[in-house]
Design a protein around this ligand. Structure first.
Ligand code: ARG
Length: 389
């Protein structure tokens, strides 16, 4: 893109890389990107450490909203985009830059997420998408890079990937065929479940007001906590996902992910939240969560509805404090125990032992009233039918 923008617009190029924790895979990557930018003639390269901000302001709200798009994808790429757009806008304003160019194609969700956010924060800045303008396919892009001496890593030649602390998205090549099983070389973070340890590992995740604050009683800073859960999850081969996804733009696409930390934390959070909330809160929360998730997936991070939904989510999460025990074993994540001072479970009521304080005789009055309309409806609907015995 740098080369193309220079050639086409004779523009002065400033480049920006947001550190969302993707370097935990390859620490030398940021240096390489910086060198590459200067080699291609960038005036200045900016790299901003956004890890803490990413976890606190994007990952934690996703956990509180149990954010799984279509019940499967934990939004790892989707939540990185508004942050990147906002940070890019900050740099642009500071440096008096009036055009923002990003590398999204015209076929995905990321273009929406970046464009909508950037334009909301800086309506005066023009947003350019070279990928749309040059209209090259991935194969042609590779050729263009080769002709211009632009190095591309072997992994990126095959797959299109996006990585941050919360997950890794992988597309392209054989993955574009939904009837093909994702090959092992499309996975980079997680060990294959077959090769994972033969013994399960138990993790106690400590939550305070809906936010994970520690593991096994040791409190951890936000970024450290995600990294630690990531490492343990990768070791057990958990968080491998493949998904036929409905993009905002209308395309169905085959997506694969490695999202160990995201899945462990969302599963654990959801369990604890359910434990401390009433049946009515739980059923309403799933509606709110789904709305929040779709809004964020569809690129509308800035929509005021997100604030409105979060007001509810945060209020409900005030009581989501406690510990959740998660079992990790050969690709599986199972919540196996939980504890909270706000749990609505009462063993004195629930126990099947004789000591229970629950007065079973009340059922005689409750059931006829509870079932009244349903029984009436059934009888009237089936008046003419007799039981076939
Ligand atoms: N489908 C995912 C999303 O829309 C991931 C997109 C980014 N994937 C990639 N390979 N660059 O959030």
């Amino acid at each position: 893109m740098v080369k193309w923008l220079q050639e086409k617009y004779n523009a002065e190029i400033y480049t920006f890389t947001a550190d969302l924790g993707q370097e935990f895979v390859d620490p030398s990557r940021f240096k390489m990107i910086e060198e590459k930018a200067y080699k291609l003639g960038a005036v200045k390269h900016f790299i901003v450490d956004c890890k803490e901000m990413f976890v606190k302001d994007y990952v934690f709200p996703t956990i509180k909203a149990n954010g799984l798009y279509q019940g499967i994808y934990p939004l790892s790429t989707a939540i990185g985009r508004p942050l990147i757009a906002i940070e890019a806008v900050k740099i642009a304003k500071r440096e008096n830059i009036n055009v923002l160019a990003h590398g999204c194609t015209g076929k995905g969700n990321d273009q929406i997420r970046i464009n909508v956010t950037a334009k909301a924060y800086a309506p005066e800045i023009e947003v350019l998408q070279p990928m749309i303008e040059w209209n090259m396919g991935r194969d042609e892009e590779m050729k263009y890079a080769e002709q211009n001496g632009i190095p591309i890593s072997s992994q990126n030649k095959k797959y299109s990937t996006d990585e941050n602390l919360f997950g890794r998205s992988v597309e392209c090549d054989i993955l574009e065929y939904p009837n093909e099983i994702p090959p092992e070389d499309s996975r980079e973070w997680t060990i294959s479940p077959q090769k994972a340890p033969d013994k399960p590992e138990y993790l106690v995740i400590n939550f305070k007001e809906g936010i994970p604050i520690g593991i096994n009683g040791d409190s951890l800073k936000p970024v450290e906590l995600i990294k630690k859960i990531h490492d343990i999850g990768c070791k057990h081969g958990v968080g491998r996902i493949e998904h036929m996804e409905d993009r905002a733009i209308g395309l169905k696409s085959r997506e694969t992910y490695e999202v160990p930390a995201a899945l462990i934390l969302i599963k654990a959070h959801k369990d604890l939240e359910k434990y401390v909330s009433t049946k009515h809160e739980n059923s309403f929360k799933t509606i709110i969560d789904q709305k929040w998730t779709e809004l964020v997936y569809d690129g509308l991070w800035v929509d005021p509805l997100r604030d409105d939904l979060e007001a509810f989510i945060n209020e409900l999460n005030r009581k989501v404090t406690g510990d959740v025990t998660v079992e990790l074993f050969k690709g599986n994540i199972n919540v196996v125990a939980r504890d909270s001072p706000f749990g609505l479970y009462d063993i004195n009521l629930a126990t099947y032992d004789t000591k229970s304080s629950f007065d079973q005789r009340l059922s005689y009055g409750f059931i006829p009233i509870w079932g009244l309309q349903s029984r009436m409806g059934f009888i009237i609907k089936n008046k003419s039918k007799s039981l076939d015995i």
